[in-house]
Design a protein around this ligand. Structure first.
Ligand SMILES: Cc1cc2nc3c(=O)[nH]c(=O)nc-3n(C[C@H](O)[C@H](O)[C@H](O)COP(=O)(O)OP(=O)(O)OC[C@H]3O[C@@H](n4cnc5c(N)ncnc54)[C@H](O)[C@@H]3O)c2cc1C
Length: 491
């Protein structure tokens, strides 16, 4: 606890959010201890950007929020206080020169994520942060306080409650706290390690991540501890993840990448997502930048419940045996999350108007006379799509083009301007770049990242119910929320 006026801060999780929080708190003079369950820091950070780490995005800060899928307003304060320029300055100053590439994506000049991690580790060391590796935090210690937040009671009872994960009146207290803002019933006192040891502190910052790529350490186990404190967790769904399409024609096109196409993803008449860019057909469905972006909107609103999660929002211990079959690209239900169906329409010729396309096709069909449809189609669609297009359009591949009927011509145009597939879900968390859902941001102060239910408890990073599209935005969220929590916890 506070000693000689120095605040003691504990940070749980040495991912980008936790490391930045530890640095910000120690910059402000706090004595910081950082606990990490892995043998090293930043295991997920290491694999970001295909090992190159797209650590932020250089777009103007006002534009940043249009790339955030969930709760952008919650991030205003933390992003403006520590934006992409501050992040760039931080890394340049700490020995990691940066460069900006296409679409304002920022990477280390070396193209090595390891250099981003080294810069953070050097700064942690320089600031005297005590970094404890191979150490899992199992729970939080809290004490009861009266409504003025003045004195403590009943410590032992509450320690036992949290340790066992037993649900106390915390939910009830959560409701009361909503009405009586900042009149806390509990204050955090420190952490309980898996070994049974207790460490006391003035503040605790939880930066344990979401549940995507759980092999990197973010296994969701800490969400349970937070629910025992009365926090609600918005449903966790895989996001920035490939979409599943159970269609033989789609499977036959695996490996085919399409550039400069546009898509529309719909649920009934409602447009879930639309965009222009690149996509890739796979054995199980469809992926690529356009699709990953669409998946975030789809998952949140129409995605199902992952089999990888238990009822407490943690990754099941036996998941790797059942689900982590990285070589299985089939329709194994265990590695898919079934959701509501959605209709995907791919416009293969977005630059050409439908009437112009029709004129062109009429002309070509006339000019090609006896040419078989399967040979003619090679001029209209790419690679493996040539083999499946006749089936998709319902036209005999052996038919001479001068025998093609008006209806068949319409079918060609319809499929070129809106090839239709039914999406039945997403791949699971082990292939998801990010987790949608997490700690309900209504229960967190957006300026300080402090819990509104337990004093001295702060959150940072992917564990919060905020997520963004690809492009360096998710790491920027981790840096900014980590920084805000670190500064506030040290004050
Ligand atoms: C393949 C892939 C590529 C990506 N590429 C990019 C990219 O290029 N740009 C981008 O912006 N985003 C990218 N992301 C997303 C980005 O990596 C995450 O948003 C970011 O890592 C979240 O940071 P975090 O600190 O909140 O959580 P994490 O990075 O998940 O860190 C949480 C840490 O907490 C530790 N921990 C968990 N529980 C405990 C416990 N009980 N006790 C102690 N320690 C614990 C974990 O071991 C882990 O080290 C990518 C993600 C993936 C999976």
């Amino acid at each position: 606890m506070e000693c000689d006026g120095v605040r003691n801060v504990i940070v749980i999780g040495a991912g980008p959010a936790g490391m930045m929080a530890a640095i910000a708190a120690s910059d402000k003079g706090a004595a910081v201890t950082l606990f990490e369950s892995n043998e090293k820091a930043g295991k997920k950070l290491f694999i970001t950007g295909k090992g190159r780490c797209n650590l932020t995005n250089d777009c103007p800060t006002e534009e940043f929020f249009s790339h955030v899928v969930n709760n952008p307003k919650f991030l205003y304060s933390s992003i403006y206080a520590f934006d992409h320029d501050e992040v760039k300055k931080f890394f340049e100053k700490n020995g990691c020169p940066l460069k900006t590439e296409r679409a304002d994506r920022v990477f280390p000049v070396s193209d090595r994520s390891a250099d981003v991690i080294s810069a953070l580790e050097r700064k942690l060391k320089k600031n005297g942060v005590k970094f404890v590796k191979n150490c899992r935090v199992a729970g939080l210690l809290r004490e009861a306080v009266d409504f003025e937040g003045l004195h403590s009671t009943d410590l032992a009872r509450n320690e036992t409650d949290i340790q066992s994960g037993f649900l106390t009146d915390a939910n009830e207290s959560g409701k009361k706290e909503k009405k009586k803002k900042l009149q806390y019933k509990y204050r955090v006192m420190g952490v309980l390690l898996e070994s049974g040891e207790k460490f006391y502190s003035d503040a605790v910052i939880v930066a344990t991540g979401g549940v995507s790529y759980p092999v990197t350490g973010s296994d969701g186990i800490f969400f349970r501890t937070l629910t025992t404190l009365g926090h609600s967790i918005k449903p966790l769904r895989p996001a920035l993840v490939p979409l599943v399409i159970k269609d033989e024609n789609c499977r036959k096109m695996q490996g085919l990448a399409l550039k400069n196409v546009s898509i529309e993803l719909k649920n009934g008449k409602k447009i879930i997502s639309e965009g222009f860019g690149e996509l890739l057909f796979t054995h199980f469905g469809i992926s690529g930048p356009l699709i990953l972006t669409a998946s975030s909107e789809y998952s949140r609103k129409y995605g199902g419940v992952s089999r990888m999660l238990d009822e407490n929002n943690a990754i099941r211990k036996d998941y790797s045996k059942k689900f982590d079959k990285s070589n299985d690209f089939g329709h194994n239900e265990n590695i898919c999350v079934s959701g509501e169906t959605a209709d995907l329409y791919i416009d293969l010729k977005p630059a050409v108007k439908e009437e112009d396309l029709e004129k062109r096709i009429i002309k070509e069909l006339e000019a090609n006379g006896n040419k078989l449809f399967k040979n003619y189609i090679a001029t209209l669609v790419p690679g493996k799509m040539r083999e499946v297009f006749p089936d998709i359009a319902g036209i005999d591949p052996e038919k001479p083009v001068n025998k093609i009927t008006r209806e068949e011509r319409q079918a060609i145009i319809r499929n070129l301007k809106g090839m239709h597939f039914v999406v039945s879900g997403t791949r699971d968390f082990n292939e998801a770049i990010i987790t949608s859902g997490g700690v309900n941001v209504k229960e967190v102060d957006p300026h300080t990242l402090e819990s509104k239910l337990t004093k001295g408890l702060y959150f940072a990073g992917e564990m919060l119910d905020v997520d963004a599209y690809t492009g360096g935005f998710n790491l920027q969220i981790a840096w900014s929320t980590g920084h805000a929590a670190g500064v506030a916890a040290a004050e």
